[in-house]
Design a protein around this ligand. Structure first.
Ligand code: GLA
Length: 389
């Protein structure tokens, strides 16, 4: 869909005239550094050129109305500034409404409501952050339309995370919203989640492409299992703190972890903490390898990340493991791993240009045969963060 079309839909639903504005917010893919962002570790995501488009206009009363051209049958969802609670009947609109709520919680009251229409091309539930995209989109709209000009893009990322944690009940880290807000064309973001310091690293792959493969599977335990992992890491940290002076798992390197791990009294927690520590170290090393143009090493670290997520963190699943195993068997695949929260969703692979067609032609049918699902492939470009158009 073109922006022009979305604007026509907006006018059809809400009427013409007034100060109608257009916005875009990307999805993201994480190259390496998984489940480290709530352990004070590093992540290395990038924004994509696919994402969510939004059209919005202020109203004169206190109504807020949302419409998604992706889910036409839900129709216009009407909310009010006077009743900002999460309701099942609000459907997807709980995400943007949560951001309005978060703004108000942080002292930014809206004088009037607004109308908003969206359309996105991020496959839902695929682990490419369609919800963070929508949250940051809403943040950019509110900042722009209501004059909260002192809010930085990092502030908008934090407001998005705050809304997701406290309005929508998922205890996620900051990676997704940060990547969506702060993305930069052709760069990944090397973010230290301990203090939110970051640097951009150019992703220059003249001979290769980033290929995302969607398993089309999303296991229902996602949110509860995610929160379980967080709790296991928190408990392991407490145990480690009895023997070593740290605030977060990300402060340990592999050696220090080995030296102190006996403090962790449970095998499962030991595996979780081992992943959190090792994945952080891998991410630091991977960015270093990239800076030295050692893309082969970068790929090896991606593969090791998958093994650790599969065996120690246990957030992969059969279907995704099939995708990754197939990818590893194809010549020209530099690295391949699960990306995002896990339990389904997508893999991210770096594939030599010459091998991309073979990658799709081999994995598609073999995956279908083994699992019954039709995988989808996206050869993606790295784009800029959320913005007014
Ligand atoms: C989800 C969360 C992120 C991060 C990843 C795992 O995408 O929203 O904060 O924890 O999982 O790396």
């Amino acid at each position: 869909m073109e922006l022009k079309e979305l604007k026509l839909i907006f006018e059809e639903k809400y009427g013409q005239g007034g100060d109608i504005r257009s916005y875009f917010s990307p999805g993201r893919v994480n190259l390496i550094g998984e489940h480290t962002d709530y352990n004070g570790g590093h992540v290395f995501p990038c924004a994509l050129t696919i994402g969510t488009f939004g059209i919005a206009r202020k109203r004169d009363d206190r109504k807020i109305r949302f419409y998604s051209a992706n889910i036409e049958k839900v129709g216009v969802i009407e909310c009010s500034l006077d009743d900002m609670t999460n309701k099942q009947s609000y459907h997807w609109a709980n995400y943007p409404l949560g951001v309005v709520w978060a703004f108000e919680q942080k002292g930014m009251k809206l004088d009037t409501g607004f109308d908003m229409a969206i359309w996105g091309n991020i496959p839902n539930g695929s682990g490419l952050s369609s919800s963070a995209s929508l949250e940051v989109l809403t943040g950019v709209i509110l900042r722009d339309m209501y004059g909260f000009d002192d809010k930085t893009m990092v502030d908008l990322a934090l407001l998005g995370q705050f809304s997701e944690n406290n309005f929508n009940g998922c205890n996620c880290g900051i990676m997704d919203q940060f990547a969506v807000a702060m993305g930069q064309k052709d760069c990944a973001i090397f973010l230290d989640t301990a203090d939110l310091s970051y640097e951009y690293a150019k992703i220059s792959l003249p001979n290769a492409k980033i290929v995302i493969t969607n398993s089309k599977v999303k296991h229902s335990l996602v949110d509860s299992a995610y929160n379980d992992r967080r709790n296991e890491c928190a408990k392991a940290l407490e145990e480690l703190q009895t023997v070593v002076d740290i605030k977060e798992l990300g402060e340990l390197d592999n050696e220090a972890f080995e030296a102190n791990k006996a403090a962790i009294k449970d095998e499962i927690r030991l595996k979780r903490a081992k992943h959190a520590v090792a994945e952080n170290q891998r991410t630091i090393e991977a960015v270093d390898a990239l800076k030295n143009n050692n893309i082969t090493r970068f790929g090896e670290l991606m593969n090791a990340s998958h093994v650790s997520l599969r065996d120690d963190y246990e957030v992969s699943c059969e279907e995704v493991d099939v995708l990754v195993d197939l990818a590893w068997s194809i010549p020209g695949v530099i690295g391949s791993r699960i990306t995002g929260g896990g339990f389904g969703g997508c893999t991210v692979s770096i594939v030599e240009n010459y091998a991309v067609d073979n990658f799709k032609a081999t994995i598609g049918p073999a995956y279908k045969e083994k699992t019954g699902y039709d995988a989808e492939f996206y050869v993606v470009d790295i784009g800029d963060g959320a913005r007014r158009l």
